[in-house]
Design a binder for this molecule. Structure first.
Ligand SMILES: Cc1cc2nc3c(=O)[nH]c(=O)nc-3n(C[C@H](O)[C@H](O)[C@H](O)COP(=O)(O)OP(=O)(O)OC[C@H]3O[C@@H](n4cnc5c(N)ncnc54)[C@H](O)[C@@H]3O)c2cc1C
Length: 389
């Protein structure tokens, strides 16, 4: 019997290997990784803490996956946030919930998440081949090529990731291999990436360094609001960063693909109160204090808008003409076209002995634990549904 082979030792590939062995005990499972260790990118996630999932129902999770979220409906119902939490808890890796339903290891160490997966892989006797770069797949003879050697497979799972942070190993090889045996690769764009603005207040650094909790950022398509995101935001030397800006970047980039004009944005710095409520407030400075509106911002708005400064705090217009691009992006928008993959099994519709999982697929989610959730879920399903006939 030839083995089940998985290329890529990130969260998707590790979970695929675990799932393959759990579901197909009689088969050898081999996990192949080009780096000297598994989970290289994963160790850097969540600022070194790894936001491993989001503690919310599947229907809600899908709302946080702007690109092809519906494709994940079936797999998330098979292996979703609750299963991920259970998996780590059962392996004695305790998790904790923070704001916005984000789940982290109690130790605050991404390394513990990686170690837990590695322990499971070891306990299941899954063979791990490190420092092994897969350069080719011979689909006709069901072989993969590593340097001068080739290895036969019964079923192959490609979990090679996207193209962000290529120094961690995910550099688009998987896309090239998939293309070679007939898959379409949709356009690759940076996603979850900070926004760049040419506006005077950014150049002047007037508001640089101000950070906000749960403000509302709206992205405009012409005069219409395309999307409003309420989350934390940071004004930087180049524009906007923080979760609200990262999430907004998906819509900004889609609009910039269609137009050369800068995209209009608006920030509501006090989204919990209506303008009329603000105008009626007796002690406006107290309101600002309660809603964490910094004095530097209030002074700026007073200077620019005079008596209309409250309106400006509720509708702070600015523009964005680009993003910080791939070097600053958290995920890749684009990848193996999902219409060519069975959403119930992750098996390729072009070759029944090949599956895909994780960021190599044309799926991208918001930051907040949703990308690793997608990687674990698709990995689990891919490992379970290999073709052994
Ligand atoms: C800085 C940063 C922070 C992030 N924080 C979070 C977070 O907290 N929560 C969250 O949900 N998401 C986060 N993400 C996104 C998340 O890390 C990715 O979506 C996730 O790692 C994708 O998993 P994957 O297994 O598909 O790919 P990867 O993690 O990229 O793993 C792919 C693996 O395949 C290997 N590989 C590639 N090609 C080959 C080849 N030809 N031969 C052998 N091996 C190969 C690579 O070396 C790599 O180890 C973050 C991303 C970044 C960049």
């Amino acid at each position: 019997m030839n083995p089940i082979i998985i290329i890529g030792g990130g969260p998707a590939g590790m979970m695929a290997a675990i799932s393959a062995k759990l579901h197909h005990k009689n088969y050898d499972v081999i996990l192949i990784e080009r780096n000297k260790d598994l989970g290289t990118k994963m160790k850097l996630t969540g600022g070194g803490r790894c936001n491993v999932t989001a503690n919310m129902p599947v229907d809600e999770v899908i709302e946080y996956i702007p690109k092809n979220g519906r494709f994940l409906y079936s797999t998330l119902n098979t292996f979703g946030p609750t299963d991920i939490i259970d998996f780590f808890e059962q392996m004695n890796c305790k998790l904790k919930e923070e704001d916005h339903f984000r789940m982290f290891p109690q130790s605050n160490k991404a390394q513990d998440i990686v170690d837990t997966l590695k322990n499971k892989i070891r306990s299941l006797n899954i063979q791990v081949r490190l420092n092994s770069f897969v350069t080719d797949v011979d689909v006709e003879h069901k072989k993969i090529v590593i340097n001068d050697e080739s290895f036969k497979y019964q079923h192959l799972i490609i979990a090679t990731g996207g193209i962000t942070l290529p120094q961690t190993g995910s550099d688009g090889t998987g896309h090239r291999l998939a293309k070679k045996f007939g898959h379409s690769i949709t356009k690759l764009l940076p996603a979850e990436v900070p926004l760049v603005s040419n506006d005077t207040f950014i150049h002047d650094k007037t508001l640089q360094g101000l950070s906000f909790k749960d403000v509302s950022l709206s992205v405009y398509d012409g005069k219409k609001i395309k999307k409003t995101i309420t989350h934390d935001l940071l004004i930087t030397h180049f524009g906007l960063s923080g979760p609200a800006a990262l999430r907004g970047s998906f819509y900004v980039l889609n609009l910039l693909e269609k137009s050369d004009e800068p995209i209009n944005l608006s920030i509501d710095f006090i989204p919990k109160l209506r303008l009329e409520e603000l105008e009626k407030a007796n002690q406006i400075d107290e309101v600002f204090k309660d809603h964490n509106v910094p004095k530097r911002l209030v002074d700026y708005c007073k200077d620019k808008a005079g008596i209309n400064y409250l309106k400006m705090l509720k509708d702070f217009s600015m523009t964005c003409y680009t993003t910080r691009g791939f070097p600053a992006a958290f995920v890749t928008n684009g990848g193996v076209a999902v219409k060519e993959v069975d959403p119930k099994t992750m098996v390729s519709k072009i070759n029944p002995y090949i599956s895909f999982c994780g960021e190599v697929l044309d799926i991208n989610a918001f930051t907040g634990g949703f990308n690793i959730t997608s990687a674990f879920s698709t990995g689990f399903t891919a490992g379970k549904n290999v073709n052994l006939f």
